[in-house]
Design a binder for this molecule. Structure first.
Ligand code: GSH
Length: 231
């Protein structure tokens, strides 16, 4: 059994998409980040960065104690390797998936996250910051569009790279991006959206009655953190 410490955000969806694609048994443990549950001691023991997602694998291969993993990219890689799916085993194929997984983790996710922050969540609308992240988002969508020109999926086969990127494209309108400007991304996005496993992953919040969104109270918890929260 895998426990997935989860909230209804792009990084949370990545992991439930993979778990649904794998068709394995898992338990969702909600961590309401708007209420500060990411700072609870039990959660910090498995996710020291006070961020979702994280998992605990109670039946790890080659270990007799449960294994915990934090960071969505590490989780995708851990599960893909454990179940030998959604990452090729040949070296060139594997390297391609790692490149695009790390591209998402180091660029596409963080930049689009800043785009959401300055363009949507921040009360103080700072034109320079908004323009900086909207433009960088546009550049990154352009990179993805070019990669998808000759392929159905981001790499040669459907992989954890697609599962890492897709949830961040769901909010393209909020990011001030028009998918018609990126026809290959649009085609891929629509194809991803209609995968049954992806549909099931996106049904979880409603099924579990998890309220996403960021209230004023939640914004105070989420957007004012400094080193005092990790002491
Ligand atoms: N690099 C991390 C980022 C995780 C992350 O930023 N998670 C957000 C939700 S998408 C979170 O838990 N925020 C809680 C907080 O800011 O305190 C990953 O990919 O797992």
């Amino acid at each position: 059994m895998i426990d997935v410490y989860y909230w209804t955000t792009p990084n949370g969806h990545k992991v439930t998409i993979l778990l649904e694609e794998l068709g394995i048994e898992y338990k969702v443990v909600p961590v309401d980040i708007g209420k500060g549950q990411q700072f609870e001691t039990e959660f910090l023991a498995i996710s020291p960065n006070n961020r979702i997602p994280a998992i605990v694998d109670h039946q790890p291969t080659g270990a007799d104690q449960p294994v915990s993993v934090f960071e969505s990219g590490a989780i995708l890689l851990y599960l893909a390797e454990k179940y030998a799916q959604f990452i090729p085993t040949d070296t060139p194929g594997r390297v391609k998936v790692l490149e695009w997984l790390f591209w998402q983790m180091a660029g596409f996710g963080p930049m689009l996250g800043q785009n959401h922050h300055f363009g949507f969540y921040a009360k103080d609308k700072i034109p320079y910051a908004i323009e900086r992240y909207v433009k960088e988002t546009s550049r990154l969508y352009g990179v993805l569009n070019r990669q998808l020109k000759s392929r159905e999926y981001i790499c040669d086969t459907y992989s954890i790279a697609d599962m890492a990127c897709y949830p961040w494209t769901v909010s393209h309108a909020r990011q001030q991006q028009d998918l018609n400007d990126f026809p290959e991304v649009k085609r891929w996005h629509d194809q991803m959206k209609s995968r049954p496993a992806v549909e099931r992953a996106y049904e979880i919040p409603e099924k579990m009655n998890l309220q996403g969104g960021i209230s004023d109270e939640a914004a105070k918890i989420l957007f004012g953190q400094d080193s005092s929260v990790v002491r």
